[in-house]
Unconditional design. Structure first.
Length: 720
């Protein structure tokens, strides 16, 4: 494929020039078809109606209870759905039926229908079109577009009658809006009917379930008073009483322990700090007795200064003191006994309340299980009750809204009868058709040029391989009626002979020398593939060298076929190179002379199955050594280089190699592969020759070489 270089667009111009005739023909044909269409078609007019589709924020069956001041919007998906509904067969068939449209063809449509009926016997004319054909015809004349920034839909209809176009556009909008409204009413009716049935079923079910709950509550005595059942209230009361009783018991035990602690194990209260006993301290009896004790003790102190210890007055006073102390002791014991009794009473009260509480707890446990079951029953119907309430609310709303059904879409721009044609003008249509055809032709020309496998330019070939192009050999058609003189003039006029001479001049300028004696030069000609003009070039080189005074010999080195003998019909050889290499002939026996040019020729006289071994024999090298001493130029016509090992052996024996490249045919990758192979073999490459160049085609590329102008002088040179 062609390599496109940056800032090098010459090949594009060349491609267009090469295919200019085809491009012009394509443009003329497209323009003619467009002109015919413009003449045969009828004038058409398009009318437009505009619809605004506003969003419906309410769900089915809901009524808006609050004003929503936020801007309403409709999603692109919803707008696309409206477009599909507008162009559906349901809506369009209603329009067709309402207006009685027939879609009879006329003008160009009539011509197309008649042609198709003539081509296909099964084709039906549009006069008897079936429903599908009517729908397609109507849909082809209709256009529907939506504004991407607004919730509007534009309906267009095309017709040869402008009034009909406006009427159909308005009818489409009206039918579409009516269909939307009917669908919404039907939806509300279906919703209300469905909700009514569901509400009645759920109401009956809830009634039965609630009856079961009430029956169970009565059996388990689970009626609440002030938010709780009687057993719960009794249990709470007993719990409080038990707590109070335990607190009273604890207090009584604490007071008893406080009272018994100081007098524990003592017979009287002497030596005891009665102030530390709270109960004693608060007793008025003990307080009075202690006051008496204090007075007696004070009196005994007063009497002791007057009387002796054994005095009767003193004994009476001490006896009175002992009596008071005995009374105090007795009173303390009475207080302790009373505290002990209070502790026992408190214990009995705690036990009684605890027993009552245990009994209430057992009853509460049984009641709690029943209450849990009751709560489960109530929870089971809580969800259905909410659903029932929601459905009942929706049913009531849908019943009310069914009477107030309105459509959120409306016509905001009725169709206006058009006064201008909706078709492209004839000249504009022809111009567009010509431009498109020209663009397509240019594109195809560029694709064809890019897809060419070979080289068309000697400069490009030199740049790719890095070796000079020695000459460009034109392709000259040969006619059997041409005589030798006219043939020679034709070759000269086309530059063929001049191209061969330029190659000879380059090759002879590089002839090697052994210092004292000039020896002949072996030049091998090879190509990448067969039929690239290699043998013709080799024969022409030998002939022109001989005509120019250079002693030259041509050797056919391709031993796998008999190619040169068919070109040199004047030679009648029975022995050739194969016989020499096999030792069956001498050098003198295989050399033939062409009388017309005077060039010596050694034919191969193949094909030979031993070509591989013969091209590697020492006899072949000896032949070249002998020929170098007698000839200035030895032209070796080798076989194709790629894929044949014989050729690689032959070119290795040559002084230089000329690679033949066929114009526009030899693949670029093949040329690169052949050059790399010769370089690896270290074979000197004299250059390349581009053969079979078509002058008429070559001129279109605008290459600045002598061949570019050669074709113009053909008649001038041949008429001498």
């Amino acid at each position: 494929m062609k390599t496109i270089k940056q800032n090098d667009y010459r090949w594009m111009v060349v491609a267009v020039r090469r295919h200019l005739a085809s491009i012009t023909l394509l443009v003329l044909l497209a323009s003619a078809l467009a002109a015919a269409y413009a003449v045969l078609r009828e004038d058409e007019y398009t009318a437009y109606a505009e619809i605004l589709v506003e969003p419906d924020n309410n769900e089915f069956g809901d009524l808006a209870e609050e004003n929503n001041f936020l801007p309403a919007t409709i999603s692109p998906n919803e707008m696309e759905t409206e477009l599909r509904l507008l162009t559906s067969s349901r809506v369009l068939f209603k329009v067709i039926e309402k207006l009685g449209l027939t879609f009879e063809p006329s003008g160009l449509g009539r011509v197309k229908t008649d042609m198709w009926s003539w081509i296909s016997a099964e084709a039906k004319p549009l006069e008897v079109a079936d429903e599908a054909q009517k729908f397609r015809s109507f849909r082809d004349r209709m256009t529907v577009e939506r504004d991407p920034l607004a919730s509007t839909i534009t309906i267009g209809y095309r017709s040869t009658d402008p009034k009909e176009a406006a009427k159909v556009a308005d009818t489409i909008a009206d039918v579409y809006l009516a269909d939307r409204l009917d669908a919404k009413r039907k939806l509300f009716n279906q919703t209300a009917s469905h909700l009514e049935a569901r509400v009645n079923d759920m109401a009956e079910w809830l009634r039965k379930e609630e009856a079961k709950i009430e029956e169970y509550r009565a059996e388990a005595d689970l009626y609440d008073v002030s938010g709780s059942s009687p057993i719960e209230q009794r249990y709470a009361t007993l719990t409080n009483q038990l707590t109070e009783a335990k607190l009273g018991l604890t207090d009584a035990q604490a007071r008893l322990s406080q009272a018994k602690g100081p007098i524990a194990g003592r017979e009287d209260w002497h030596g005891i700090d009665l102030e530390s006993i709270k109960e004693v301290q608060s007793s008025p009896v003990i307080s009075d007795l202690r006051r008496q004790e204090s007075e007696i003790r004070r009196r005994i102190g007063d009497l002791s200064s007057q009387y002796g210890r054994q005095h009767p007055v003193m004994r009476n006073a001490r006896a009175e003191l002992d009596g008071v102390r005995s009374s105090i002791t007795a009173e303390i014991k009475r207080i302790v006994d009373q505290l002990q009794l209070e502790v026992e009473v408190a214990k009995n009260r705690v036990g009684t309340i605890q027993a009552q509480l245990d009994e209430a707890e057992q009853e509460l446990s049984t009641t709690q299980s029943s209450r849990i079951h009751l709560r489960e029953m109530e929870r089971d119907i809580a969800g259905p009750r909410r659903v029932y309430e929601m459905m009942l609310d929706r049913y009531q709303r849908s019943t009310e809204q069914e009477k107030l059904v309105t459509d959120t879409a409306r016509v905001i721009g009725p169709a206006i009868v058009p006064d201008a044609k909706s078709q492209l003008s004839g000249m504009l249509l022809i111009g567009i058709a010509g431009f498109c055809a020209g663009s397509a032709g240019v594109g195809l020309a560029l694709l064809r040029e890019i897809g060419r496998p070979g080289y068309t330019d000697a400069d490009e070939l030199e740049a790719d391989v890095g070796y000079p192009v020695l000459s460009i050999v034109p392709w000259v058609r040969r006619s059997s009626k041409e005589d030798a003189v006219k043939r020679k003039r034709s070759l000269e006029a086309f530059g063929f002979i001049e191209a061969i001479r330029s190659v000879i001049q380059v090759l002879m300028s590089k002839r090697p020398s052994d210092g004292s004696q000039t020896v002949g030069k072996v030049v091998a000609l090879t190509s990448c593939f067969p039929n690239e003009g290699k043998t013709t070039l080799a024969l022409s080189l030998a002939r022109q060298a001989s005509v120019g005074g250079v002693k030259a010999i041509l050797i056919e080195g391709d031993l796998r076929k008999d190619g040169m003998q068919t070109k040199l019909k004047t030679l009648d050889a029975d022995k050739g190179l194969i016989h020499l290499l096999k030792g069956e002939a001498s050098i003198e026996e295989i050399i033939q002379n062409e009388p017309s040019s005077g060039v010596d020729v050694i034919l191969g006289l193949g094909p030979s199955k031993e070509a591989f071994s013969l091209t590697r024999s020492a006899a072949l090298r000896q032949l070249f050594d002998v020929l170098r001493q007698h000839y200035e130029l030895i032209v070796l016509d080798c076989g194709p280089l790629l894929g044949i090992s014989d050729t690689r052996s032959l070119v290795g024996m040559a002084d230089e190699v000329v690679l033949v490249v066929r114009w526009q045919t030899t693949e670029r990758s093949a040329v690169a592969t052949a050059v790399r192979g010769l370089e690896r073999q270290e074979t000197p490459i004299a250059g390349l020759v581009m053969t079979q160049v078509d002058l008429a085609e070559h001129m279109r590329y605008g290459n600045a070489d002598s061949l570019h102008y050669q074709d113009r002088y053909h008649a001038y040179a041949t008429e001498i």
